[in-house]
Design a protein around this ligand. Sequence first.
Ligand code: NAD
Length: 354
Amino acid sequence: MTLIPGDGVGPEVADATCRVIDALDTGITWESHDAGVPAIEAHGTPMPEHTIDAIKATGVALKGPVTTPVGKGFRSVNVALRQELDLYASVRPCRIYPGTPTRWDGVDIVVVRENTEDLYEGIEFEMGSDELNKLRGYLKYMHGFAIPSDAGVSVKPISVTATTDIVDFAFDYARTYGRRKVTLGHKANIMKFSDGVWLQTGEALADHYRQIDFEAIQVDELAMWLAWYPGELDVIVLPNLYGDIISDLCAGLIGGLGMAPGMNIGKQYAVFEPTHGSAPDIAGQGVVNPVAMILSAMLMLRHLGRDDSAARLERGVARVLAEGRVRTGDLRPTGKPATTAEMADAIIEALDVG
Ligand code: NAD
């Protein structure tokens, strides 16, 4: 199996996760490939060809987080990887495991995020650049739009094709996993020609899945409902940017980023990774919560058809959380916070309880 530990806390959560998966005796062996800061140092690029080739060869990869410097420098490795492998669906199940300290009970939401276009497409014009000045001139001349000379511009394309793929995916997911409702979030009242395409395409497709309830609501109202009655939401399908924000909001509902697993699915390839980033503030200290990465590996096992191992792993994680004896600092332990390694050890021990 291709393993990409990433950088920051990535190698720490990857190591903990591999130990837990190895304890399951699935026969999975790991082939590690670099990405992010270590790859820049070794190969001069954050996502070397050999890493992409390895994912293409195995079809499936388990990946840790990778740092993206803000503003300048290299483009997000994660965005580039999703586009290169056409990983069009990001799926982030957000479920409260009993015993996890949270403000809510009974949250079991799956955020399905379109992963390839929207403001993440990378069509960007730098403030003051010749390209942007030409674009400003064109928009003024053709349409009377006046973009200030001290503005930067990002373009938001949303296509019928990508919307159809992701909304179909969300309904298929709901059907496969016995979910009752799909909620589509949008802002079509403001962005009539991008979110408008998203909303109209989604509403038309919903007609084909009458056995599953459907609702379309504005994303700001969705945020309000999530903060108020999160138990009312089930599967939520969103364009790229709203999906990014709302999935972190949902991670907050279930105990924080350390609890939120994720997967990026395409028609050919699948990459499993936690929702959280490289957490530079705690990297190298051995204190990061490995559960998000371990649950991402659980999703990978399920994807590979290893349902028994996936269920055993999830039971092990649930048991450790329910007992509450071993908890990393983010899970507000009553006593001394556990280290990453101690959390992994506790989960390994819990695997054998049955
Ligand atoms: P982050 O998720 O790395 O951290 C946000 C906060 O949550 C930090 O205080 C961190 O310590 C805490 N946190 C995150 N995961 C945790 C865990 N497992 N256990 C305990 N605490 C945890 O978000 P950020 O600081 O905005 O991003 C840091 C870097 O990661 C950026 O360069 C960003 O672009 C990148 N990033 C990468 C991915 C990815 O590789 N898929 C995803 C998100 C962010």
